[in-house]
Design a protein around this ligand. Structure first.
Ligand code: MRU
Length: 369
């Protein structure tokens, strides 16, 4: 998508420097900083500190991490070591493990002297595939928005609520939850997006930045406003992303998603999840019982970052000194609260049958593993 008229992906390979470039998202939306990632420690830091974030982008970054690992030392032992090193950076988004597993398996099947080149090629492929997956999620989600728009008076917008940032900077391009929004806007369908703030990291500010750059009308709201807006008929549908979706369609996403799903159910508001297939964890059934939930630093809760009046970016403390902060970063929305999963192959029920019906190849592969 575009930043000030220039097309960007959220990461890209610089051929001249033979190095990965990322947008350091810690400074958005106030400052656009690009960082080169040169060492294995840089890769781990970029993921842990959320310079790159969002399940698909973490996966693509990890693939480039494995490419660096293969360039440094393509032996089986070093690939295993690098897999473990990157795998421990963040526990919840399954795309990380998915990309690492795919890269390691692909490389180990090759002669050692071919691995470095093959690893870089595969990282490019994983990135390109992500762009296509998200483009297709957008096409499929667009039809849902078009259906709702058909019941509206001329010029009346379809009102969509989203949580966190499942936007283009959370993927390689397009985003998952935002892709239908971009495509609806580009197709001339009027939309308005309610953007949840998403404390504590305020990913809603990133979503606002993205939507604003694309000219999509939106309003930034507190996390607690969604239920009220739904009760008052101000939300036509919810679309969120996911960090891991189980075989039966339980959805793990940014903390607070579950509360939005409960409010949507109580108010008969359709609740859709945009789901790229690498985010399905075919080995897990019950999301609440089985998905590890990342617990992040308490400082992210007790302090808040923003643009100060002197133009610098800084943090202030919100709580009294010494107040403990609890920071579970994700929650699980059980499948019965999900209206549908918007995937690259179409929209399906959040159920084992729904997912296996759209992805028979992947579900069979998982069964035989
Ligand atoms: O902690 P984050 O910012 O990495 O969490 C991101 C989310 O929860 C997104 O909604 C999810 O990864 C889907 S991104 C297309």
């Amino acid at each position: 998508m575009k930043v000030n008229g220039t097309h960007y992906r959220s990461l890209w390979w610089d051929d001249d420097r033979q190095a990965l470039q990322i947008i350091d998202q810690r400074w958005l939306p106030h400052d656009f900083r690009v960082q080169q990632v040169d060492t294995m420690q840089d890769f781990a830091d970029a993921i842990v500190e959320m310079r790159v974030r969002g399940a698909p982008l973490i996966g693509a970054t990890a693939a480039y991490g494995m490419a660096l690992a293969a360039r440094l030392d393509p032996s089986d032992a070093h690939l295993d070591e690098s897999f473990a090193f990157l795998d421990k950076t963040r526990p919840t988004a399954i795309n990380l493990r998915w990309a690492l597993t795919r890269c390691r398996a692909h490389l180990k099947a090759l002669p050692v002297d071919e691995r470095a080149a093959a690893a870089l090629k595969l990282a490019h492929e994983i990135s390109d595939e992500d762009v296509e997956i998200n483009r297709n999620i957008g096409r499929n989600g667009l039809e849902i928005i078009r259906g709702i728009a058909a019941g509206k008076k001329d010029g009346e917008p379809v009102r969509i609520l989203t949580h966190c940032n499942a936007g283009w900077i959370a993927t390689v391009d397009w985003g998952t939850a935002t892709s239908p929004m971009y495509q609806a806007h580009d197709a001339g369908i009027p939309i308005h997006v309610w953007v949840d703030e998403t404390r504590p990291r305020n990913q809603g500010a990133l979503t606002s930045w993205e939507l604003g750059s694309h000219g999509i009308p939106h309003t930034y709201i507190t996390d607690n406003a969604g239920g009220h807006l739904m009760q008052h008929g101000q939300v036509d549908l919810v679309i969120v992303g996911t960090d891991r979706t189980t075989r039966r369609g339980d959805v793990c996403n940014k903390i607070g998603t579950y509360l939005k799903a409960l409010a949507a159910k109580a108010n008969n508001v359709p609740f859709y999840v945009a789901l790229p297939s690498p985010t399905i964890d075919w080995a897990v059934d019950n999301g609440v019982a089985e998905i590890p939930i990342e617990e992040r630093l308490e400082r992210e809760v007790t302090h808040i970052q923003g643009l100060k009046e002197d133009g610098t970016i800084g943090q202030v403390q919100v709580t009294p000194v010494g107040t403990p902060g609890g920071n579970p970063a994700f929650d699980v929305t059980p499948n019965h609260l999900v209206t549908g999963l918007i995937t690259e192959r179409g929209v399906c029920a959040a159920s084992a049958e729904g997912l296996a019906g759209l992805f028979p190849d992947l579900s069979k592969l998982a069964e035989s593993a």
